[in-house]
Design a protein around this ligand. Structure first.
Ligand code: T1G
Ligand code: NAD
Length: 702
């Protein structure tokens, strides 16, 4: 065995050269790996003792792509295209030995090999679009030659990896093997013995000829793939490049792909998506967590309350293979909650997103009961009852008496004081907030609220539980509305004001949709139910004249067919309602507010800048320890478009100076001191600083 460099080794046995990469944690194709691979393949090709070559990796996965940390920096040669060209040009058969996740450049280098074998549990794909990029090392030219342009464009624009079984059926791989390296060596030897001709993927034309003659099918597939992605650069570039795979000769297609890649990689959208990629991984790290703190194991769970959230949370546990019991007050509520869960799974089966046997298996893991003794031996309890502090304290008092020592006690409260809830027990250190987002079985975000008492073990267990449930955990401090809802409250205040001052719900929603949100604030309010906010406002003694009047008229949104919009015949399409305008006009008159035409720019600034300002306050108070945590909360909990990077990332693009000037203007206009720039934002404006440079502000405030 020859150690080519720090991460590449070459060994030859029985005529087969084995090139092995070892670059933990995911064998990213960084510069040293690329350099080592070129040296190794050249050596193997030149070695007369070598008749075939196997390309493989050590560790937990085959190459998981280019090294994302290198993007935006000057490219060090050899580039990945050059590395792949070396393997592809080999006169000796090269077999890629795939396992784990062969993603991006990892699959591209495998497509540069003559043959590919994979372990049955391997997954492979080109997810570059999720980083605001397109495959930049030949993926958009070689994959269409294997699976056809239609399938390739769908796969590349979706960016979702496929399982080995599908890859075999699609012709991406040649064989599924039990053990990647041994399987690849055996495959290579068979190629030699059977003198299988070496066909480079780049030379395979059969799958692209028909698209060249009749591009209609491709164009239809491209159109379907780009649905709902207007304004997003990377998906459109992916389509253009795959189209080139059958419109241009291979080398020209490759060059065009490179140009598209170089344009995207320096653009704001890709920088934003790469920011979110690393930020979501950073968010789970608690800066002051002592080394060695171990999370407790979660083998059994209980959810108190089987309503909208409780049902979704129970599904998360079942989806992760953890037995879970739902505790309700009456058989009727229990039956309703379990029926809703069953219905939700049935819809997924109908859509083909879930197999019937998987549904049955998950339902078998979910039990319902009125008996609180089920709590006695559970590892975690998540409370999801009505948003009333008295009721929550009563519940935690009961949990305290039943649960075994060390059970994690969590509340799904969306706004209430987690310290107060914790203090209703004799073990406040075991209490945290675990704030899921609706629908809980779908939304990825999990705000883990650390109270003044939460122990490091409790926080570590909550983070681990979040990952177990496939969520993106973000640890935040305890305050009114935590990070997400606290910022959202600023937007809701402006929404109410804009209605009074003359804006229409559909105008405001259009501005937010144009920015890239899947839904505008008024349509979102109608979906969540206007009565939720109304109950919270009444509980606090605050008013929202137009929204309160809508609720008093029973207009709770989609669930009552009317809210800020009308929903005819149970449809989910929001229709403007002149009655809302009339009501807003009447309320404005009563309050002496002069109505005016409000520009798109003003609507935009009032929808976004007050939230950014609140994010600055949240960082000042240490409720969030990183600006990037705020971005992750909004990207995964509130639909902030990932290609816009999140509130703090976006604020850095706009500039704190611009935002402060606008906020000063609106604070004067509305008389709301809460709109005046926070000290941190003012400081960034004066110093030319950026949220992105703040780093970890402090330990999470308790
Ligand atoms: N480059 C650099 N670092 C990476 C990385 C990458 N490609 N992938 C993961 N990491 C780091 C990650 O930040 C984390 O670091 C650690 O590895 C473990 O990751 C030319 C342009 C492979 C499925 O998009 O999807 O190829 O936080 O926590 O949950 O066309 O990582 O520990 O310090 O996510 O087991 C295309 C990205 C690149 C795949 C493993 N490839 N990675 O998930 O672990 S673009 C991707 C993932 C490209 C070419 C183009 C996942 C994973 P830290 P992790 P995991
Ligand atoms: P919901 O009204 O749909 O469900 C609450 C359930 O709790 C009901 O089924 C009720 O019967 C049950 N319940 C009440 N008292 C109980 C008791 N003593 N023992 C057992 N069960 C009891 O409410 P929801 O929307 O699911 O909200 C639940 C919690 O989650 C609230 O704290 C809410 O603020 C929070 N939350 C809601 C959302 C959302 O979008 N709905 C999002 C995040 C967090």
């Amino acid at each position: 065995m020859v150690q080519i460099n720090g991460c590449i080794e070459l060994s030859v046995a029985d005529g087969v050269a084995l090139i092995l990469a070892d670059n933990p944690p995911v064998n990213a194709l960084g510069h040293a790996v690329r350099e080592g691979l070129v040296a190794a393949v050249r050596q193997a090709v030149a070695d007369p003792a070598v008749q075939a070559i196997v390309l493989g990796c050590k560790g937990r996965t085959f190459f998981a792509g280019a090294d994302i940390t290198e993007f935006g920096k000057p490219l060090k040669q050899p580039g990945l295209q050059e590395v792949i060209a070396e393997f592809e040009a080999s006169p000796k058969p090269v077999v890629a030995a795939i396992f784990g996740t062969a993603l991006g450049g990892g699959l591209e280098i495998a497509l540069g090999c003559h043959f590919r074998v994979a372990r049955a549990d391997a997954r492979m794909g080109l997810p570059e679009v999720k980083l605001g990029l397109l495959p930049g090392a030949g993926g958009t030219q070689r994959l269409p030659r294997l699976v056809g342009p239609q399938k390739a464009v769908a796969m590349i624009v979706a960016g979702v990896p496929v399982a080995a079984k599908v890859a075999l059926a699609d012709g991406i791989i040649d064989e599924i093997v039990a053990e990647p390296i041994a399987g690849a060596v055996a495959f290579a030897k068979r190629v030699l013995v059977e003198a299988v001709p070496l066909v480079k993927v780049r030379d395979r034309e059969e799958k692209i000829v028909s698209a060249r003659d009749n591009p209609a099918e491709f164009e239809a597939a491209a159109k379907a793939a780009l649905k709902k992605l207007a304004g997003v650069e990377a998906p459109a570039a992916c389509v253009e490049s795959v189209r080139n795979s059958f419109m241009l000769p291979f080398e020209a297609g490759l060059a065009a792909e490179r140009d598209l890649f170089m344009k995207l990689v320096v653009g704001d959208q890709s920088r934003a998506q790469r920011h979110i990629f690393f930020s979501e991984r950073e968010a789970a790290k608690v800066p002051d967590m002592p080394a060695g703190v171990k999370p407790a194991a979660i083998k059994k769970a209980v959810v108190i309350g089987g309503g909208t959230m409780g049902g979704g949370i129970a599904m998360c546990f079942a989806n992760a293979g953890v037995p879970v019991s739902i505790v309700e007050t009456t058989e009727e509520f229990l039956a309703k909650g379990l029926a809703r869960i069953k219905q939700t799974y049935a819809v997924s089966v109908e859509r083909g997103a879930l197999k019937q046997e998987a549904m049955d298996k998950r339902l078998d893991l979910i039990a319902g009961t009125l008996d609180w003794n089920v709590i006695a031996d559970t590892d975690i309890v998540i409370e999801a009852v009505f948003e009333e502090i008295g009721l929550k304290k009563e519940i935690f008092g009961k949990l305290d008496k039943i649960a075994k020592p060390g059970t994690l006690l969590a509340s799904n409260t969306s706004t209430l004081d987690v310290d107060a809830i914790a203090e209703s027990t004799s073990r406040p250190g075991d209490v945290v907030g675990m704030h899921f987002f609706s629908p809980a079985n779908v939304m990825k975000l999990l705000e883990i609220v650390r109270s003044a008492h939460s122990s490091m073990e409790a926080i570590a267990t909550a983070v681990a539980a979040g990952k177990l449930l496939g969520k993106i955990p973000v640890v935040v401090g305890n305050c009114d509305g935590f990070v997400g809802n606290r910022m959202l409250a600023r937007r809701s205040t402006e929404c109410e004001r804009l209605l009074l001052e003359g804006a229409k719900p559909e105008d405001v929603d259009a501005v937010v949709l144009k920015f890239g949100f899947p839904m505008g604030p008024y349509a979102m309010g109608d979906l969540a139910g206007l009565d939720v906010g109304w109950r919270i406002r009444k509980g606090r003694g605050v008013t929202a004249p137009v929204s309160d009047a809508l609720c008093e008229a029973g207009r709770f949104g989609q669930k009552t067919g009317k809210g800020y919009y009308i929903y005819e015949n149970g449809a989910r399409v929001p229709m403007p309602d002149p009655e809302v305008l009339a009501l807003a006009t009447q309320k404005a008159e009563e309050l002496g507010i002069k109505r005016r035409n409000i520009s798109e720019q003003e609507i935009f600034e009032r929808m976004f800048y007050p939230m950014i300002n609140e994010a600055a306050r949240i960082l000042e108070e240490g409720i969030a320890v990183r600006a990037s945590d705020v971005d992750v909360v909004w990207a995964y909990g509130y639909g902030w478009p990932v290609w816009q990077g999140g509130p703090c990332f976006y604020a850095d693009l706009v500039g704190a100076k611009v935002i402060c000037a606008a906020l000063d203007h609106y604070a004067a206009l509305t008389g709301d001191a809460g709109l005046q720039p926070s000290a941190l934002l003012r400081n960034l404006a004066e110093t030319g600083g950026k949220f992105g440079d703040i780093g970890v502000v402090a330990k999470v405030a308790a």
